[in-house]
Write a protein that binds this ligand. Structure first.
Ligand SMILES: *Cc1c(COP(=O)(O)O)cnc(C)c1O
Length: 495
């Protein structure tokens, strides 16, 4: 099965194998890659998946999308990516929170956020893609991060042969702990740089470098090419489909549901990547009902799902869930393509680039309403959710997961829908110790990550993940900040 660009409107779109799509990251016309057809799973297939462990499920599902990859190679890659030493206690455990909500804990990996689920396997997929496509140039991965992708990508790509990685983060747009994790990154092939601006500025800057043919030619002459590790890369999305299907299997195995039962999924959303992976699982035939799209105060997606109008011309809020402080949700383009074809996707994206807004036709909005429900959660509600969840259930959630939990409950209350909800729990609370302490009404008068982590551990009786505490003792390696116009110069070592 091959991949096409969401913006290729030609009668016979150009299609490429998955290895090339993963290598390129973004299509030359600025579109995102999508599979030509979405493979399907029958009820029997799902039951067979139930018998496998997480790496086995991942290998089976990935092989349906990455048909040009050797099946045994995928199996080997999944076994090492999701090994116990990288994900102690299992890659994606499901924990009941009562009230028919289940927390799908996606943060047991090396950087304590769900990005590890994709970024531990994706470098392996890229390495194979370079060999499969006979590539001789070095791949230079450029990443714009709202906090968690950057660290997870650095950790995934560090010291991988044939690859170099540069991460840009918004100067004041990430938590102190997230920043600390990045600026202390180890590895010989890594670089990290702050950008003056917000996440959208950093993401737009990276997209501009990808789209600039003069820069591509210059890279070529210096022996490398650009590739991406953001969720615009299909190699990021495909591994994320796995855990939704795996969670469904776990519910079956635990007899929480019967074969064929429909469950809902709630995802705290920024770039629309993680929730789109759940949508693909649904399109594959897994019995998923509603996809609850949870936003923080930057509720551009909530408004879009309600009205069909996407409008990024609005105030940008810095919240305690920084990985969702996003006004341009790139992966929405994939949904538009899936619902309305390349014509719709390219028209809408052209309008977005020109006016910062677009409105989808009513027929498309109706389809969106069938599958999605959009809710948002204020800062006060986020803090309350962290506090009540800990007080009542003894369960510690990070601010992103709290946004999701609040929205899941709001959906259940408003709709009366009694189906079970799988909630994507996207980060460990210790990544955001300051805001979590304040939400729990624990007095803290410092911004120093190690003091905050100690205070949170003390107040909750929970242990901070070793990977985070280790970071605190490492020396700072990267302290540069550049203007958003100067990102390319930084990449080429001119400043
Ligand atoms: C990246 C991230 C999100 C948002 O995921 P998208 O795929 O961008 O929608 C939510 N929570 C956390 C903790 C994240 O790191």
């Amino acid at each position: 099965m091959n991949y096409v660009s969401t913006r290729d409107t030609s009668e016979v779109p150009r299609s490429i194998p998955s290895a090339e799509a993963i290598k390129n990251g973004i299509a030359p016309d600025g579109g995102l890659y999508m599979p030509e057809v979405i493979p399907t799973l029958t009820e029997d297939d799902v039951e067979q998946l139930c018998e496998l462990d997480y790496p086995g499920r991942a290998a089976k599902i990935l092989s349906m999308f990455l048909c040009d990859y050797d099946r045994d190679a995928l199996e080997a890659d999944c076994r090492s990516a999701y090994a116990e030493e990288r994900f102690p206690g299992g890659a994606a455990p499901l924990v009941s929170l009562g009230g028919d909500v289940y927390s799908l804990e996606l943060w047991h990996g090396p950087t304590c956020a769900f990005k590890d689920m994709a970024l531990q396997i994706m470098p392996r997929l890229l390495s194979r893609a370079l060999v499969m496509t006979g590539e001789r140039r070095l791949a230079h991965i450029l990443v714009a991060t709202s906090g968690d992708t950057g660290k997870a990508a650095l950790e995934g790509y560090r010291d991988v042969n044939g690859v170099k990685i540069t991460v840009f983060y918004p100067e004041d747009g990430v938590s102190p702990m997230q920043k600390r994790q990045m600026i202390t990154q180890e590895g010989e092939n890594v670089a990290v740089c702050a950008v003056r601006g917000n996440f959208d500025d950093a993401q737009t800057g990276v997209k501009r470098i990808f789209g600039d043919s003069a820069l591509a030619a210059r890279a070529e002459s210096e022996g490398f090419f650009f590739s991406s590790a953001n969720s615009i890369n299909w190699g990021r999305l495909a591994p994320q489909i796995v855990y939704y299907i795996s969670a469904y299997c776990d519910l079956l195995k635990e007899n929480e549901i019967f074969p064929g039962d429909v469950v809902n999924v709630c995802v705290p959303t920024g770039n629309f990547g993680n929730i789109f992976a759940a949508y693909i699982a649904r399109e594959m035939g897994v019995p998923i009902g509603k996809l609850i799209c949870a936003s923080n105060s930057n509720c551009v997606l909530t408004d879009f799902i309600e009205s069909g109008e996407y409008d990024r011309n609005r105030e940008f809020y810095k919240t305690m869930s920084p990985s969702m402080d996003i006004l341009i949700s790139s992966n929405l383009e994939r949904l538009l393509y899936h619902l309305g074809g390349a014509g719709l996707a390219s028209d809408m994206m052209a309008e977005l680039a020109e006016n910062g807004c677009y409105k989808v036709p009513y027929a498309v909005l109706e389809k969106i309403h069938e599958d999605f429900a959009g809710y948002f959660c204020s800062e006060t509600e986020t803090a309350e959710t962290i506090k009540t969840t800990f007080d009542e259930l003894g369960y510690l959630v990070d601010p992103h997961t709290a946004v999701g939990l609040h929205c899941a409950r709001k959906y259940i209350e408003e709709s009366g829908d009694t189906r079970k909800v799988i909630l994507a729990s996207t980060a460990n609370a210790f990544k955001f110790p300051g805001d979590v302490c304040r939400s729990l009404e624990v007095e803290v008068d410092t911004d120093e990550p190690s003091a905050l982590i100690a205070a949170l551990a003390q107040a909750t009786g929970e242990e901070a993940p070793a990977n985070l505490t280790r970071t605190l003792s490492l020396p700072v390696r990267f302290d540069r900040t550049v203007e958003k116009e100067d990102m390319a110069k930084f990449v080429f070592g001119e400043i």
